[in-house]
Ligand binder design. Structure first.
Ligand code: ADP
Ligand code: MG
Length: 368
């Protein structure tokens, strides 16, 4: 059974300065039961809006949302199930805990709303606090706790009702990196124990990759790609996805007379075959910094502009035409600033150099 299904979901907002903004456009997605699924994309791409529509806090402009066999939002029929009747748990980005209530009272709240018995509430809150490592802090107020502990309260409150689906909107983004990693692991553990379906919203690719069974990358309200983290990393469908999933270099090249070279630099060709499928004789090469090799002889000629020692590896910066490339090397080959060098590319992904609709929309939203 699919747990969460979005069918042609669209959300438009009327804004003062930008006119009509399509925050989410024709979203089709099926999230399976027990799956940890991430929405990954830059700020403003429509992640929160999508999650709020699933939760029932936001109306749809078009389309349908189903939870299992039950339709919960159907625009055409004006069908709409209230958030509290959708059986979901939700944690938001900001610490959404009530400062005037103790830890226990914060977590007990959703159960009190449902008028559960005192003994049931005691039992369930205790268990939720145990699962989120908050046992012993029942009567402390949130302001006396750390950011990590406050976010654990929100998590405990979201799981106390044993929801089938947990919606998490950037729940770790206010925490320091070390704590974020610990909490990531704890969320994964919770999921293993309870077998929730999790929808996890983040703009942090490492977080999405670490947590997800599958994920999607979106941009300007449009799903770009849906896949497992590994497949997506190895085969990004376009330049945007490539750039979002790790450190990246993009070099626009063109070709003539059997040679591929950086735009306008015919006298400095690359060691590579002409890629197929680009009749315009121009394309973008996408390269990870650790997949570029520095050589003394041959290769694409350039010089070392910067050398940064980073412990596990050395990062070099070189200039090729208008483009600065980052190279990361785990071996110290002794290159110093100013040295001439060549570049060899072990793995190249090729993308169209043409602008697409998302680029245009990004420009439009940036203009004002
Ligand atoms: P994300 O969570 O990915 O950062 P959002 O879903 O919050 O993105 O926003 C997507 C787009 O919708 C943005 O352009 C944002 O400005 C717009 N938007 C979101 N909520 C509203 C609203 N209530 N009114 C007008 N525009 C909104
Ligand atoms: Mg958001």
């Amino acid at each position: 059974m699919s747990q969460v299904e979005l069918k042609s979901v669209t959300k438009r907002f009327k804004t003062k300065t930008l006119g009509l903004v399509t925050a989410v456009q024709n979203f089709n997605l099926t999230i399976r039961e027990g799956e940890c699924f991430s929405f990954l994309g830059p700020s403003g791409c429509g992640k929160t809006t999508t999650l709020r529509m699933i939760a029932g806090f936001e109306d749809l402009s078009d389309g349908e949302i189903w939870l299992g066999e039950t339709p919960v939002s159907v625009k055409a029929k004006n069908l709409y199930v209230l958030p509290e009747n959708r059986g979901l748990g939700m944690v938001f980005q900001a610490f959404a805990v009530w400062p005037h209530l103790s830890v226990f009272e914060n977590v007990a709240f959703p159960l009190q709303v449902r008028s559960e018995s005192r003994s049931e509430i005691e039992k369930k809150v205790k268990e939720a606090l145990r699962q989120t490592n908050l046992s012993g802090l029942e009567w402390v107020y949130p302001s006396d706790l750390s950011g990590g502990q406050q976010q654990r309260i929100a998590l405990a409150r979201a799981i106390v009702t044993s929801p089938r689906v947990l919606l998490l909107d950037e729940p770790l983004s206010n925490l320091d990196p070390k704590l974020r990693e610990i909490m990531r692991f704890e969320i994964k553990e919770l999921q293993r124990k309870y077998n929730f379906t999790i929808i996890y919203v983040t703009h942090d690719q490492a977080e999405a990759m670490a947590l997800s069974d599958r994920m999607l990358v979106m941009d300007m309200g449009v799903i770009m790609q849906v896949d497992t983290p590994q497949n997506m990393y190895n085969n990004p469908i376009n330049q945007f996805v490539f750039g979002f999933l790790g450190l990246s270099n993009f070099l626009t090249v063109e070709w003539a007379d059997g040679k591929v070279y950086p735009v306008g630099k015919k006298d400095n060709p690359l060691d590579c075959a002409i890629p197929a499928g680009f009749p315009e004789r121009r394309a973008v090469m996408a390269l990870r910094p650790n997949e570029i090799e520095l050589v003394t002889e041959g290769g694409l000629r350039t010089a070392i502009k910067q050398r940064i020692f980073l412990g596990d590896f050395i990062e070099y910066r070189v200039q090729v035409g208008e483009t600065e490339l980052r190279i990361q090397s785990i071996r110290d080959q002794g290159f110093r600033v100013g040295d001439n060098c060549g570049l060899k590319f072990s793995r190249i992904k090729w993308y169209s150099a043409k602008k697409d609709k998302s680029d245009e929309e990004r420009e439009r939203r940036k203009i004002i």
